[in-house]
Each structure stands twice: as C-alpha cells, then as structure tokens.
Design a protein around this ligand. Structure first.
Ligand code: RIB
Ligand code: CA
Length: 307
C-alpha cells in the first residue's frame, strides 16, 4: 500500500482525481485537506465529503484556509459552477468534516508517515505553505509531492502567464516551491494537451455506466461550456485527474528537472511559474516538470477508476 494525502479545492475536476485515488486498490488515502480556491472553503469541503461518501471511503476530510495567505480569495465558479460541481443539483450540504485545521492535519499525517507519504496538491498551496511555515522539516518527511499547478511551457488559463492554482496564492506557491521538498509539477499545459475530452470521448467515459462514471462526466457540465468558449478546447479538460494519474503511475508522464521560480507580483507578473529550461539562472533544477503524457495510458487508468 502507498500512503497518500491529498490537498484540494474540490470542484469538478478535483472530485474525479479524489475518486481515482480513493478507488485505487494499492493506495491508502490517509487524509484529504481542503483549501479555498475554485469555490469558497465551505463548498469545497462539502464537495470533498460528498465524493468520499460516493466512494464509500473512510477517510477524514479537514477544512483548511478560507483565503490565500496575503490576498483576497478569487474563485473559479464561472469555470466549474456556483457549487463547483456543474450545478446539476447534487445534495452538497450537511456533511461533517473531521475536527482540526487542515494545516495541522497535514503536519500530523506527514510526521506519522515520515518518508512514506505522497502529498498530492490539487488547488492553491495555502494549506501546504502554512504547514511548512509551522514546521519546515515536513519538506524532508514528504517522500514526494505532486503538484497540479503552474505551466511547464505555454500559455496560462487565468492570465496569459499564469495557471489558476498558483495565481490564486502566489506567495504560498513560492514557499512550497522553495521548500526543498521533492516535487513534480504537472502544469496546465499537460491537461489541455493530453486530458481534454470532446463530446464523443466524454460519452465513452459515461457509457462505462457506473455511478462513478456518470458522476465524473455529469459534474463537468459548466467546465465543458467554459473550456469550449473561453479556453477554445474541444471539451472539458481534467487537470487534477492527470496530475493524480502521474502520482499513481509516474510512467504516465515524461519529465525534465528544471529550476522553477514563482513570481508574486501583480498583473502579468502574478503567479508565473518561470521554468529555467536553459539553466541560465544557475539555480538548482529542483522541480521535476512534466513535459508530456501518454494519453492512452491516462485514459486507461481513468476508465479503470470509473469502472
Ligand atoms: O488550473 C487548473 C486548476 O485550477 C485545477 O486544479 C482546477 O481544479 C483549479 O483548481
Ligand atoms: Ca483543483
């Protein structure tokens, strides 16, 4: 069994990534920590609790930070829906979180499994940064951290230069990127290139016919429209699930180690992940950057999770 802890701003793509981990027979999800991002914290918490219940999993879910470290919260409800889950009328309320703050849960679970825990982050890095500020030693106790965030190469999704998770809380991202943790970055470029599903491909997933498959596709209702009209994609893309796939089976992506710096300015200088491909800065190549993915291997893993 491999131990995972997942930090998430649970909306429609996060929920599929959670489901992939929760239904993977050789993965023990020790905790799910929730952060504000796609939707306000309270909604992200309910979405995570609903997904855990759908999977019949016994995994504690902790509420974390309600806003970025130093900036007001900017949500993405126009992307994922007001409830973050496609506004299809799911009963996303009334479920109870575990007691305690997510940043403390991160610290306790990582310390309890030091050297044998994979941290997968699917949202803004506020909770993780807070835990690292409280105890920098955590960076050495996490075996590996897979981050859905940033851009390995190409354009952003929230500004031309930035991806949403990093852009929402750039100061938190800078703390995490500079923490010394062993990290893999699966940027949004990997998602739109290898994890986009057009109508036929989405119908093929849904035709698996399980409650998981129908849930995974139906909650992408808002994301589908947004992706087509704003991101000029053929259909919804699944950034968190392809990052989770890389955590479950690293061979799904190819990587290159580069120095990656995060900018904390304003405007186009906000939340950039600056990848030093040529090594001109002389900084250590501390980030394993996903540079490509095997689309078929990803789809196969996703389909097996939904079956
Ligand atoms: O930019 C994509 C990321 O932002 C995904 O994690 C999505 O869920 C949103 O959090
Ligand atoms: Ca997310």
């Amino acid at each position: 069994m491999r131990n995972f802890i997942i930090d998430t701003d649970t909306a429609s793509d996060d929920a599929v990534a959670l489901l992939m981990a929760l239904r993977q027979p050789d993965i023990a999800v020790k905790a799910i920590t929730v952060v504000a991002g796609n939707v306000p914290l309270s909604q992200a918490l309910q979405n995570a609790l609903y997904t855990v219940e759908l999977c019949g999993a016994d995994v504690p879910v902790y509420a974390g930070c309600q806003k970025p470290l130093l900036r007001p919260l900017e949500t993405a409800q126009e992307v994922h829906g007001q409830d973050g889950m496609g506004d299809i009328g799911l009963p996303l309320r009334g479920r109870k979180a575990a007691r305690g703050h997510a940043a403390d849960a991160l610290r306790q679970v990582i310390q309890a499994h030091a050297g044998d825990i994979t941290l997968v982050t699917l949202g803004p890095l506020t909770n993780v940064a807070l835990a690292l500020l409280r105890d920098p030693e955590l960076a050495r106790q996490v075996s590996h951290c897979v981050i859905m965030g940033g851009i390995g190469s190409g354009h952003g999704n929230v500004t031309p230069t930035a991806e949403f998770n990093i852009w929402v809380d750039p100061e938190a991202a800078k703390i995490v990127y500079e923490s010394g943790m062993e990290m893999t970055m699966v940027g949004w470029d990997i998602s739109w290139r290898y994890a986009t599903f057009d109508e036929r491909q989405a119908a093929e997933l849904r035709a698996i016919g399980s409650p998981y498959a129908e849930f995974a596709v139906d909650i992408q209702a808002t994301l589908t429209e947004f992706s087509k009209t704003e991101n000029h994609l053929a259909g919804f893309d699944l950034p968190d699930p392809i990052a989770m796939a890389a955590a479950i089976d690293p061979s799904i992506c190819e990587y290159h180690d580069y120095p990656v710096a995060v900018t904390t300015g304003e405007g186009l200088a906000r939340g950039m992940t600056v990848v030093d491909v040529l090594g001109v800065t002389g900084a250590a190549p501390g980030m394993r950057v996903a540079t490509s993915a095997d689309r078929q291997a990803f789809v196969d893993l996703l389909k097996s999770s939904l079956s």
